[in-house]
Design a protein around this ligand. Sequence first.
Ligand code: 3HC
Length: 285
Amino acid sequence: MTIQRILVIGAGTMGRQIAMSCALGGYTTVLQDISGPALDAARTELENWSASRVAKGKLSQDEVDSALQLLSQESDLTSAAKDADLVIEAAVERLDIKEQIFAQLGQITAEHAILATNSSTLPSSKVAAASGRPDRVCNMHFFNPALVMKCVEIVRNADTSDATVNAVTEVAQRLNKQPVLVNKEIPGFIANRMMGAINKEALNLAQSGVASIEDIDTTARTALGHPMGPFELMDMVGLDVVDFIAQATYAETDDEADLPHPLIVEKVAAGKLGRKSGEGFYPYN
Ligand code: 3HC
C-alpha cells in the first residue's frame, strides 16, 4: 500500500521531531496531542529549528516552508486520525493509555491504516489485540534527537504481516532514516540493550571509584569514538527514562541484574533527571 498521510500522536520530545521528519519526507502529517500548550511548544521548537537549518545552509527556505505547510496540529484524536494511512504513537509510556489509544485507533482509522508505536519498552503485541488489526501493528522505534539520529528499529510482533513491515520500512527510508528489522520482540530491542550494557558498566566503574564520570565519558568519546559519553547521554535521555526502561526490562525478565542501578535510583529520588531538570550527573544552565 502507498502511505501518504501520517498521524503522530504525542507532541513531546520524540513525537514532535518524528512529525517534522515525516513532513520533511514529504508526507502530509498531523501532530496530535490532547495538550494545546504542548502542541504550541512543539510548533515553536520546530519553527526555530527550521530557521536555524536555513541559517546554517543545511536546508533551503523552500524545503522548510513546504515541510511546515505539510505539518498540521490537532488536539482531537478522531478528526486527526480520519485520513491517516499510518499512525505513529509517541504518547506517554503507560500500557493502559496505549491500550486505550490503540483500541480507539482500531475504531476511528481507515481499515487499511497501519498502527505503529514508538515505544522503547512496550512491544506492539501488548496493544495489537486492542486495535483489532494485529497484522497491521508494529513498533517503529526512533532515537533521540529524532531529527538527527538515523536508525529506526522496526519490531514485528508475531502477527505483523510482511506487507506492514515493507510499508513502514519504505516510510523510514523516505524519511532518510536507516531502518533495521527486529524479528522477535525482546526487552530493549537492539539499541537499548547495547546502551543498557554500556551504561551499567559505566555506572559500576563510577560507583566503585575506578574513575570520575568525566573521565569515563572522555574515554567513551576518545577511545571508542562515541559521540557522547554514557553519563552525558543518560542526562540527555533523562534519568527518569533510564530508570523506567530498567524497571520495564526487569518486569519482563524478572532478572535482578536488570533493575535500575542504585546511582540512577538516587538521582531520580533527588529530582535530578538530567538536562530537563537542570541537573543530572552534570549541572546544566
Ligand atoms: N534536536 C535537533 N537537532 C539537534 C539536537 C536536537 N535536540 N541536538 C543536536 N542537534 C543537531 C545540531 O543542530 C547539529 O546539526 P548540524 O551538524 O547538521 O548542524 C547536530 O545535531 C550536531 O549537534 P552539535 O554540534 O550541537 O553537537 P554534537 O556534535 O555533540 O551532536 C548529538 C549532538 C547529535 C546529540 C550527538 O552528540 C549524538 O549523536 N549523541 C548520541 C545520541 C544518542 O545516542 N541517541 C540515542 C539515545 S537512546 C534513545 O533515544 C532510545 C530511547 O528509547 C531512550
